[in-house]
Design a protein around this ligand. Structure first.
Ligand SMILES: Cc1cc2nc3c(=O)[nH]c(=O)nc-3n(C[C@H](O)[C@H](O)[C@H](O)COP(=O)(O)OP(=O)(O)OC[C@H]3O[C@@H](n4cnc5c(N)ncnc54)[C@H](O)[C@@H]3O)c2cc1C
Length: 388
């Protein structure tokens, strides 16, 4: 099912498509499905930086931002079109995606004018890379239990503690850091948010190698780090509100996940039609056909969930628990796609892009809210079931 898009969105589509045709060069900037190991490869990192700058200088790096900060104040449908066109061209998005999509909205909503002017322009161009310092070894799903401590001392906070699973931690210039400033207050009320310069003395970043062999993540250790009080984002002890702004925007990103899933399903269908096994075309295998049908339907279902969320936004209904449902369906579908690739390609599915996908999918059931936590949200807030 497809909906008609408003004329302004279609006119933006034509403009952005023409720009991409002229400026996006896969050999120079890399392809969206080859964006792996960015953190490990200086060449890939530099390519992505250049692509981020190219998008930014043409006004296409942060289209949802207000014009005064270098965006174009794009509405929901333009944002949908933007994702579709990047996808159609096979072009990657911005390198500084965590900053632009998740952290910038928090700075815009809770920051001072000075913070907005200082941080947003270099963030948009990817000149300064940002990471999110939220999770800790004992505070992931239960984020409000975080214990990294910041104690006010003169013009500074002195920060001690440990963060973990920080995407881009090793390349980041700045970190949106959640710290505990009032250990006596109820746990959600004693948290503050600091915008921390990753070059400060006492910060040590250690890369974490994942099962894919990449160093996407890191641990960050803070030992007596003196962070100026001017780094506070929002009022002291109201960091939970700031964190919720960031996480709401992170969840909003699920609206375009169906694009990647449906592209992979289309690739599997094409492969099944051209791969021969046991004297026949793989697509004729009844067991494989069932698996293909399942992932196809899951992809279409994900698209409908996305359409529902977009339609809600257009009618003034903020994204709600359906983003948890979409996150759940997406991670399960990616995992099923990986299984089908194995069924179809056999040992060949253990190398190259499919090989990476087949192990990386494990992370998708954890990142941005685990499967179990999302099931709880769906049970309570969609189905109205009592807390278990
Ligand atoms: C790819 C990826 C990128 C990430 N990027 C970042 C980042 O940039 N910055 C950052 O700060 N963090 C990041 N994270 C960390 C992520 O936010 C946490 O891993 C996630 O919140 C889960 O926390 P945890 O790992 O501590 O697991 P835990 O919360 O300890 O959960 C362990 C297990 O218990 C289950 N569980 C927990 N609570 C409940 C409950 N109430 N009911 C039922 N089951 C429950 C979970 O589902 C899970 O199976 C990233 C993680 C991944 C995988």
């Amino acid at each position: 099912m497809n909906f008609d898009y408003p004329a302004e969105a279609e006119s933006f589509r034509a403009e952005f498509r023409a720009w991409l045709e002229e400026h996006y060069d896969a050999d120079r900037f890399g392809a969206s499905d080859a964006v792996m190991g960015i953190v490990d490869s200086p060449d890939a990192l530099e390519r992505m930086r250049e692509w981020n700058r190219t998008l930014a200088d043409a006004g296409y790096a942060a289209i949802a931002w207000p014009a005064e900060y270098g965006g174009r104040g794009a509405g929901v449908m333009e944002q949908v079109v933007y994702a579709e066109e990047l996808h159609r061209a096979g072009a990657p998005g911005t390198l500084n995606v965590i900053g632009i999509a998740n952290i910038a909205p928090s700075i815009m909503e809770h920051g001072t004018e000075e913070q907005k002017r200082r941080f947003l322009p270099p963030m948009r161009r990817g000149d300064e890379i940002w990471c999110q310092g939220f999770s800790e070894p004992d505070a992931g799903s239960d984020l409000a239990s975080l214990s990294t401590r910041a104690v006010a001392d003169g013009a500074d906070y002195v920060v001690n503690g440990e963060k973990v699973w920080n995407t881009f931690g090793t390349i980041a210039h700045w970190c949106e850091l959640l710290v505990r400033t009032d250990p006596e207050a109820p746990k959600h009320r004693g948290i503050s948010c600091l915008l921390v310069d990753m070059g400060l003395p006492g910060i040590e970043t250690c890369p974490l190698t994942t099962i894919t062999g990449e160093n996407e993540f890191s641990e960050i250790f803070f030992t007596d780090v003196r962070v100026p009080r001017s780094a506070l984002l929002g009022p002291e002890n109201e960091g939970w509100r700031v964190a919720m702004t960031t996480l709401t925007y992170e969840r909003g990103g699920v609206a375009s996940l169906h694009l990647g899933v449906r592209k992979k399903v289309a690739e599997l269908l094409a492969l099944a039609r051209t791969t021969h096994r046991g004297g026949r075309v793989a697509a004729d295998d009844p067991v494989l056909r069932q698996s293909l049908a399942r992932v196809y339907l899951e992809g279409e279902y994900l698209k409908l969930l996305s359409d529902r969320a977009v339609s809600g936004l257009l009618h003034g209904r903020p994204a709600g628990p359906e983003t948890s449902l979409a996150k759940l369906v997406w991670s399960q579908c990616e995992s099923h796609i990986a299984e089908v690739a194995g069924q179809l390609l056999g040992p060949a599915a253990n190398t190259g892009r499919w090989g990476r996908d087949r192990v990386y999918v494990r992370a998708l059931s954890i990142a941005g809210g685990t499967t179990q936590v999302n099931k709880n949200i769906v049970a309570q807030r969609v189905l109205g079931l009592p807390r278990g």
